[in-house]
Design a protein around this ligand. Structure first.
Ligand code: ADP
Ligand code: GLC
Length: 536
C-alpha cells in the first residue's frame, strides 16, 4: 500500500528517539511502544525513523546498512550513525562502542547498579538526535522529534541552547518515576552551557534533570493515558515534577497506548500452545491446562487461575501478595507470577512457592514466550499497581480473553470497565477495578472476581466484552497523528511570525518559574532505577 493511497498529503517525517525498541531491546512497555507505534502511524501519514543506541543486540540484528553521519567529537566520543531497515522499521543506529557495546541490561551493569556513565551515554543519544534534527543526515529533515522518557530528555534542551531554527520536540512520558537526575558537576561534559544550570533550564533540585529538561523545553508533552496525565499534575502523582507539569498543562496530552494486534493474535501466536480464534475462546481451556502443567499446579478446570506478568517493583504492588496469600489460597485459587526485578520481592515469592506449592508458582526472569502464553491461559490477570501510566498486560489479557483485576489508577482506570451491576447489565464490563491499593481491597476484588467466575454465564459475558474491547493502535495512532500535525503547524506559524526557539518558551518559562516557587521541595528520586529483565 503506497503512502499516497493511505494519506493524501505529504507524510510528516518523525524522528523518534528512544533507548529501547521491541524486538531488539526491551525491558518493559517502552520498548513495545517504540517498536509498534511507527507502523500504526504510517497509516495516518506519519513516517517514523527511530534513533537508538547501538547496543550489541542491535549491532547483531543490523544488516550492512549505510553510514549516514560521522562525528569525530560527539561529547568527546567518535560516533557514526548507520541507517538500517529492520523488521519493517527505519532505524538509525548510533554507533559509539565505548558507550553502548556492553552486554546485559541497557541501564544497569553486572553489579546491579546504574552504569556510572549513564549521563553521558544518554546525553550522547540526545546530542545526536539534535544534530539530526538540524540536518546532519543529508537528505533527511524531520518535521518533528518525539523524545521518549528521560533517556531522550536532553534533545529539546540541546535544540534550545543551539539557538538555531529546529523542528519542535514532543516529550513523551512513559513513566515519571524514572527521571534521569545527575550531579550538577556533570554539566560541562554534557556539552551544555553553564547558564543552563538554572530553574529555567536543565537544573532540577540542584542536579541536572534530563526528564525535567525535556518537559521544560519541549513544544508539547504527551503521556500514555488521560488519567495519568491528570495524576502527574498532583503532588501525589507528580513525583516532584507536578508544578512544572501544571504550568505546562495546556501543552500536555494523554493518549492511550495500543498493542499490535497482528503480533497479539492467539490464532497465530507461536507461543500459544493451543491456538484459538477470538470469536471462539473455548480453546483457552486447553491452554489453561497446559499452563497449570507447565507450572506444576493441579490441572483443575474449576480452580480460578490468576496470573501476573510484570517487572517486580514497588510500582506494580506485587509486594502485597504475601499479605493476601493465606486468605486467597484457602479458596480454590491458583496464582502464577512471571516477573523479574527486586531481589526482596523475588525472595517473598520463593517463600510463597514453598508455603503453597499446589496453589502458587513463579518464573523469575524475563520470558517473552510466557508473556504471550499467560494471557491465553489464565482466567484473570492481576495488576495491583500503585501507579500505572498506561499498562499493556491488561490489554493483551483482555484481547486474549483473560479478565483483568486491577488497581483503579492511570491507564488501568482508562482501559478497564469495572464489572459493577450496571456495567454487567449493559454488557460493557471488562474486568475488576479496586482502590485504594492495599491488601484488603486487592483481596476483596479477587473475591468479587472469583464469585463471578463461578457463575459461568456471567464470566463468559465478561470475557466476550473484554475480547471486544479495542486494544489496537488504530484510534490512538490517529490521535498522535493529529497532535503531531498540530504541533508542526504551530511551530511553523511561530516561525513565520518571526518567533524562534527562545520566544516559543517565554510564556511557559514564566509560568513554570511561578509554579516552581510554589511547590515544596520534595525528596529526590534515584537517578535511573533499573528496568530489570533485559532481553537483548
Ligand atoms: P512496564 O512498562 O511498566 O513494565 P507495561 O504493562 O506497559 O509495564 O509493559 C510491560 C511489558 O513487558 C509487557 O509487554 C509485558 O508482557 C512485558 N513483561 C514484563 N515483565 C515480563 C517478564 N518477566 N517476562 C515477559 N514479559 C514481561
Ligand atoms: C511505562 C509504564 C507503563 C506503560 C509503558 C509504555 O513503563 O510503567 O504503564 O504502559 O511505560 O508506555
Amino acid at each position: 500500500m503506497s503512502l499516497v493511497n493511505v494519506h493524501p498529503v505529504r507524510p510528516v517525517e518523525l524522528l523518534s528517539v528512544a533507548s529501547e525498541m521491541f524486538p531488539f531491546v526491551k525491558t518493559g512497555g517502552l520498548g513495545d511502544i517504540v517498536g509498534t507505534l511507527p507502523r500504526a502511524l504510517l497509516a495516518h501519514g506519519i513516517r517514523t525513523r527511530t534513533l537508538l543506541p547501538g547496543y550489541p543486540a542491535l549491532q547483531a540484528a543490523r544488516n550492512e546498512g549505510r553510514c549516514v553521519a560521522r562525528f569525530s567529537d560527539l561529547l568527546g566520543h567518535e560516533a557514526a550513525i548507520w541507517e538500517n531497515r529492520l523488521h519493517g522499521n527505519d532505524i538509525f543506529i548510533l554507533d559509539v562502542p565505548a558507550l553502548y557495546d556492553r552486554a546485559g541490561d541497557p541501564y544497569v551493569g553486572p553489579d546491579g547498579n546504574d552504569w556510572p556513565d549513564n549521563d553521558i551515554r544518554f546525553a550522547v543519544l540526545a546530542r545526536a538526535a539534535a544534530h539530526i534534527a538540524h540536518g546532519a543526515i543529508e537528505g533527511y529533515c524531520p518535521d518533528l522529534v518525539q523524545a521518549h522518557d528521560w533517556q531522550a530528555g536532553l534533545t529539546a534542551a540541546y535544540l534550545h541552547y543551539d539557538q538555531r531554527p529546529a523542528p519542535p520536540v514532543v516529550q513523551t512520558i512513559h513513566n515519571l518515576s524514572f527521571q534521569g537526575c545527575f550531579p550538577a558537576s556533570s554539566l560541562p561534559r554534557l556539552g551544555l552551557p553553564a547558564h543552563a544550570l538554572c530553574m529555567e533550564g536543565v537544573e532540577y533540585y540542584g542536579q541536572v534533570g534530563f526528564l525535567k529538561a525535556g518537559l521544560y523545553f519541549a513544544a508539547w508533552i504527551t503521556t500514555v493515558s488521560p488519567t495519568y496525565a491528570r495524576e502527574i499534575q498532583t503532588p501525589e502523582g507528580g513525583m516532584g515534577l507536578d508544578g512544572l507539569l501544571r504550568a505546562r498543562a495546556r501543552m500536555l496530552t494523554g493518549i492511550l497506548n495500543g498493542i499490535d494486534v497482528d503480533i497479539w493474535n492467539p490464532e497465530h501466536d507461536p507461543d500459544v500452545h493451543f491456538p484459538y480464534r477470538l470469536r471462539d475462546i473455548a480453546g483457552r481451556a486447553a491452554n489453561k491446562r497446559a499452563l497449570q502443567a507447565e507450572f506444576g499446579l493441579p490441572q483443575d478446570p474449576d480452580a480460578f487461575l490468576l496470573g501476573i506478568v510484570s517487572r517486580l517493583t514497588m510500582q506494580k504492588g506485587i509486594d502485597l501478595l504475601p499479605d493476601v496469600a493465606a486468605d486467597l489460597f484457602g479458596d480454590n485459587i491458583q496464582l502464577v507470577v512471571v516477573g523479574s526485578g527486586s531481589l526482596s520481592i523475588q525472595r517473598e515469592l520463593s517463600i510463597l512457592q514453598r508455603r503453597f506449592p499446589r496453589r502458587f508458582a513463579c518464573h523469575i526472569g524475563y520470558s517473552e514466550a510466557l508473556g504471550h502464553r499467560m494471557p491465553a491461559s489464565v482466567d484473570a490477570l492481576l495488576m495491583p499497581s500503585r501507579f500505572e501510566p498506561c499498562g499493556l498486560t491488561q490489554m493483551s489479557a483482555c484481547h486474549y480473553g483473560g479478565v483483568p483485576i486491577a488497581a483503579r489508577v492511570g491507564g488501568l482506570a482508562d482501559t478497564i470497565v469495572d464489572a459493577n451491576a450496571a456495567a454487567m447489565a449493559g454488557n460493557s464490563a471488562t474486568g475488576f477495578l479496586f482502590s485504594p491499593v492495599d491488601a484488603t481491597t486487592l483481596l476483596a476484588a479477587i473475591r468479587r472476581a472469583h464469585t463471578t467466575f463461578r457463575d459461568r454465564q456471567a464470566w463468559a459475558i465478561l470475557q466476550r466484552n473484554a475480547v471486544a474491547y479495542d486494544v489496537s493502535w488504530s484510534g490512538k495512532a490517529a490521535q498522535y497523528a493529529d497532535l503531531f500535525r498540530m504541533v508542526v503547524a504551530r511551530a511553523r506559524s511561530r516561525e513565520d511570525a518571526g518567533g524562534n526557539v527562545v520566544s516559543l518558551h517565554r510564556a511557559d518559562r514564566t509560568a513554570a518559574t511561578a509554579a516552581r516557587r510554589r511547590i515544596a521541595r520534595q525528596p529526590r528520586l534515584r537517578t535511573s532505577r533499573p528496568r530489570p529483565g533485559y532481553q537483548g
